[in-house]
Design a protein around this ligand. Structure first.
Ligand code: CTP
Length: 401
């Protein structure tokens, strides 16, 4: 008989219509060899009975702050026991409360008390999701190191097809297993990451840029930090919040990005260039707004420095072996051939190629599928979330170090 203690998922279920899917999630956790205890809010109990979760998990379901006379302080004992704390579904109400440290029932108090890795799978009506207050709360949680899974798009309880739907139990289970499997295999390593677009201004109100969201670079930074690395994230303008504990260097133009990356390159063990750098800037930047009426402007462009190539050349000139340099190739055609050409031309150790003409992946999408291209090898990944991809990319890099 296997007497090894199972890892415990503490699953918080809130009053979202997706609460019934948490039953399926419990089953998936159990199939993966995990033990599950459930906390339900009052509203969740209106949608699914506590008896259901009790029967599924074989444990009493916790519902009240003071409902266990046996435990000295119930929320603290639950918080301490958990190997991972998951709230799925997480309603707008609970999400906004935990983001602001409000602890007025058993679930939110446990959320504040736990030091276990924390995963949150929001599920709510699209208007609530798009409300700026919810938007801010998601950023706060993300910054605090909470793993946010979804929400995705699909049929919502209010009858519309929109975003706000809880991610599938399979996706939430996979994210939980990833978090539990995390090791500190990057401890002692310094990782430099560039991400986001750059902006090349013509005048104070106009610029050249790209639709890059920066998500891949931020996900890499979060994952590398969680695996013990010291991380410097040099980012062009994005909507995203830098992960807690990461050294964040905001920049605007390619030239600023080069300077910031240069300052951290030599001390890095791994340098990942995920930024969508504008290849050109205006030869002249105007101090005042360009006015109409003076005929078509004669706009002259000049080439920006290639940040990756410049820094690799500097590494090679000093015969340094480190950092291990990773570039991305955002392509719309001849993807692998172009990626191989970039590997050679830029001198990177690894190029991660992706097809940005496919709207389901790349730039502003939540998902991506890439191919790892090194000298003499190609390895294609599945389609996966950018968070999962961050794990796969770091695993791949570690194998090559
Ligand atoms: N890159 C960079 N500095 C630049 C341009 C690109 O550091 N001025 C890096 C990117 O961060 C990426 C890799 O080089 O890691 C490839 O970027 P990509 O935009 O795919 O290619 P380009 O070199 O710009 O070439 P092209 O636009 O012709 O595809």
């Amino acid at each position: 008989m296997n007497n090894e203690k199972k890892q415990l998922v503490l699953l918080g279920v809130t009053g979202s219509i997706a609460a019934y899917k948490a039953c399926e999630l419990v089953r998936l956790y159990q199939k993966a060899g995990l033990d599950v205890k459930v906390i339900m809010t009052k509203h969740a109990q209106k949608l699914v009975g506590a008896a259901t979760f009790r029967a599924l998990t074989g444990h009493a379901v916790a519902t009240e702050l003071f409902d266990d006379p046996g435990a000295a302080i119930h929320h603290i004992s639950l918080a301490e026991e958990a190997d991972v704390f998951v709230i799925a579904p997480c309603s707008a109400n609970v999400l906004n409360k935990i983001a602001h440290g409000i602890a007025d029932d058993l679930l939110t108090t446990t959320a504040l008390a736990t030091t276990a890795p924390f995963i949150c799978a929001p599920a709510m009506n699209v208007a609530m999701l798009k409300n700026p207050l919810t938007h801010e709360s998601l950023k706060v949680l993300d910054h605090a190191g909470v793993t946010i899974v979804g929400p995705g798009e699909g049929y919502l309880a209010c009858g519309s097809e929109d975003s706000g739907r809880m991610s599938s139990p399979e996706e939430i289970c996979a994210a939980t297993l990833r978090v539990l499997a995390r090791t500190t295999d990057l401890a002692g390593k310094r990782v430099l990451i560039t991400t986001g677009p750059t902006r090349e201004f013509l005048d104070p109100v106009r610029f050249i840029s790209s639709p890059s969201s920066g998500k891949t670079g931020f996900a890499l930074a979060r994952e590398a930090k969680a695996r013990g690395a010291e991380v410097v994230l040099v980012s062009g303008p994005t909507e995203l919040q830098s992960p807690l504990g990461v050294e964040y260097v905001p920049v605007v133009s390619a030239q600023e990005m080069l300077e910031a990356a240069r300052a951290h390159f030599d001390s890095a063990d791994i340098a990942i260039f995920a930024a969508a750098v504008a290849d050109y800037r205006f030869a002249e930047q105007l101090e005042e707004k360009f006015k109409k009426g003076a005929g078509l402007p004669a706009l002259e462009l000049t080439e920006n420095p290639d940040i990756l190539a410049t820094l690799v050349a500097r590494r090679n000139a000093t015969n340094e072996k480190k950092p291990f340099v990773v570039g991305f190739a955002a392509e719309t055609e001849n993807i692998l051939a172009n990626a191989e050409a970039k590997l050679k031309a830029k001198g990177a150790d690894l190029i991660i190629a992706n097809d940005v003409s496919d709207l389901k992946i790349g730039f502003a999408s939540e998902h991506n599928r890439v191919c790892f291209v090194t000298q003499g090898s190609r390895e294609q990944t599945e389609l996966m979330s950018k968070e999962q991809l961050a794990t796969v990319i770091l695993d791949y890099i570690l194998k090559k170090l």
